[in-house]
Design a protein around this ligand. Structure first.
Ligand SMILES: Nc1ncnc2c1ncn2[C@@H]1O[C@H](COP(=O)(O)OP(=O)(O)OP(=O)(O)O)[C@@H](O)[C@H]1O
Ligand SMILES: [Mg+2]
Length: 279
């Protein structure tokens, strides 16, 4: 059974009026259990809106969206979200940040000692997984951006969500740190077997991480195409130089350029020359 089933999904912000353009229209997508799907597309094509609907943080206007065969009607412990900006609590240590979601879920007085032990064991294992055991007692402002985002991922994984929803989680990181994070998230995906839906602006990132790349288009926000990525499952940075990778990247970039409404350099040059001639 698919993990997520989206049928004919539509979303208007505010009251639908005759000339309002829907943020999403006629979106159909299924995501399999354990799959890693990436979403790309021009700015404003509805990537974040779709992700927020999956997280239950936003309602939809038409169609249906289900997780495990049940309609998504709000946030749930089975789905965790990671945002672009590190949303750590500055007054809590790394370890306390990772355990924080558990604190919200279960009132402290209701915890049995075995609950506390299991939570501590999982937090320790997650710290190991993200390679930050040595800084368990550090505060977020003592960490680099990449380290903070690793903590945010560990915190999202703490409640063992079946699905991880990531909205440009590495968008604020430098290129080298991003590459490290790519291999880390693939490692986490292998170990935790979490279903991941990952939004990005970066086509390299979308192809390197995704088993399928979903390309969206704006005005109205909709799915243009879905590209299966035929690269070996165990990725390695060298694959970015393969012809499969380069051909797919060129194809997706061309489609994004078409839909972003940006003219080519030659078109702009011709237009400028014509203006000059008239002046
Ligand atoms: N809260 C809101 N109220 C009104 N309109 C909104 C709201 N959130 C998003 N929109 C509109 O919905 C459309 C899709 O926005 P969304 O943020 O989902 O796009 P996106 O693909 O994530 O863009 P970006 O790549 O720039 O992050 C846009 O036209 C945007 O202006
Ligand atoms: Mg967005």
């Amino acid at each position: 059974m698919s993990k997520v089933a989206i049928h004919n999904l539509g979303k208007y912000f505010g009251a639908p009026s005759t000339n309002a353009v829907p943020a999403l229209q006629g979106v159909n997508l299924t995501v399999d259990e354990g799959e890693f799907v990436t979403l790309v597309g021009a700015s404003g094509c509805g990537k974040s809106t779709l992700l927020r609907i999956l997280a239950g943080l936003e309602t939809h206007t038409s169609g249906s969206v289900e997780c495990n065969g049940l309609p998504i009607e709000g946030p749930g412990a089975d789905r965790a979200m990671v945002f672009q900006h590190y949303s750590l609590y500055p007054w809590l240590t790394v370890m306390q940040n990772i355990k924080f979601s558990r604190r919200l879920k279960v009132k402290r007085e209701n915890l049995t000692s075995s609950d506390v032990e299991a939570a501590s064991g999982r937090a320790d294992a997650l710290l190991d997984l993200i390679g930050l055991s040595k800084v368990a007692d550090a505060y977020p402002n003592q960490l680099s951006g990449g380290m903070q985002q690793r903590v945010a991922i560990a915190r999202a994984l703490m409640g063992k969500p079946a699905m991880l929803l990531m909205d440009e989680p590495f968008g604020a990181l430098d290129a080298q740190t991003r590459e490290v994070m790519h291999d880390l998230i693939l490692h986490i995906h292998r170990i935790e077997k979490t279903t991941i839906v990952f939004v990005t602006h970066d086509v390299d990132e979308a192809i390197y991480l995704g088993q399928r790349v979903v390309l969206m288009q704006p005005r109205p926000g909709r799915i243009h195409s879905i590209y299966p990525v035929h690269l070996p499952k165990a990725r390695d940075q060298e694959m970015k130089h393969s012809s499969e990778f380069r051909v797919l990247k060129a194809e997706i970039l061309a489609r994004i350029r078409e839909s972003s409404g940006m003219a080519t350099d030659q078109e702009l040059l011709d237009k400028l020359c014509r203006t000059e001639a008239i002046g």
